[in-house]
Ligand binder design. Structure first.
Ligand SMILES: Cc1ncc(C[n+]2csc(CCOP(=O)(O)OP(=O)(O)O)c2C)c(N)n1
Ligand code: SF4
Length: 245
């Protein structure tokens, strides 16, 4: 059978550890294709958060740094200062990026640090058992909202919208979904390219699925993803800023 895996994937790595049907695999596959097409696997340093994103530690034939929960942006900002010739990627979940790591993320955007942050939004703290996160939509049942999340606890944090308010006009900020893998790959490439060419900040939120904690089958998972796409619009935020100028 033809091997359709990205060549930047480690050929000798063990089978992946994600649950069956997890959205992380789709994100990482497209990221692998982006590495291949841009021929950058040797130039990338892949920073991963604590959370299910850490299960990507041996995916790529690329240098990888395992950081603490919520500290990936800060670690990769520091790393990039020390090694400006490297392409610094920070990979995390919505808990790591929008809760414990939010101040680091916002300040990296505010300072326009030349790193690329990829945040996989599955609307819960997946690795620790599906607790409610800043992006959990109203009504979603989680282990900390057994009767459904109440609106008084927030209607869902809109990260790219928040970040684009304080980011520099030349920062690249976008939201995509695993439901459109080609658009996902193109967006990841644009974000990485902005770091390499313009030496500025870039941020991509990827709407994803977590069948294990959502307790859903494939069809139900994608129904929830469609709802997420309505709550969190798929768009690029950079051009809008340029139009406003
Ligand atoms: C400083 C610190 N606080 C809390 C934890 C416990 N912890 C580990 S993973 C995690 C949640 C991860 O959720 P998210 O960042 O959304 O990623 P996901 O697992 O959904 O991909 C938490 C709270 C930790 N490891 N370190
Ligand atoms: S718990 Fe959810 S996010 Fe984590 S590996 Fe399983 S399906 Fe993926």
């Amino acid at each position: 059978m033809e091997n359709i895996a990205p060549i930047s994937w480690k050929k000798s790595s063990k089978p992946h550890l994600f649950c069956p049907g997890c959205g992380h695999g789709i994100v990482l596959k497209q990221l692998g294709y982006a590495f291949d097409e841009m021929k950058i696997a040797r130039d990338v340093t892949f920073g991963i958060d604590i959370g299910c994103s850490l299960l990507a530690w041996n995916f790529f034939d690329a240098d990888t740094i395992q950081t603490h929960h919520g500290r990936t942006t800060s670690v990769m900002v520091g790393y990039k200062m020390a090694k400006p010739e490297r392409i610094a990627l920070a990979y995390m979940g919505d808990g790591g990026g929008y809760a414990i790591g939010l101040q680091a993320l916002l300040h990296a955007a505010y300072r326009n640090n030349p790193v690329t942050v990829i945040l996989v939004n599955n609307e819960n703290y997946a690795m620790t058992g599906g607790q409610s996160s800043p992006t959990t939509p109203v009504g979603m049942v989680t282990s900390t909202s057994p009767n459904g999340k109440r609106a008084e606890f927030g209607k869902g944090l809109h990260g790219p919208e928040l970040i684009s308010e304080i980011a520099a006009p030349n920062a690249y900020i976008a939201r995509v979904s695993i439901s459109n893998p080609i658009q996902l790959k193109i967006t990841l490439k644009k974000a990485i390219e902005n770091q390499v060419k313009n030496k500025v900040f870039s941020f991509v939120e990827v709407l994803s699925i977590c069948p294990t904690n959502w307790k859903t089958n494939a069809k139900e998972s994608f129904e929830i993803l469609r709802e997420a796409e309505k709550l969190y619009p798929i768009k690029e935020f950079t051009k809008e800023k340029e139009v406003e100028k």
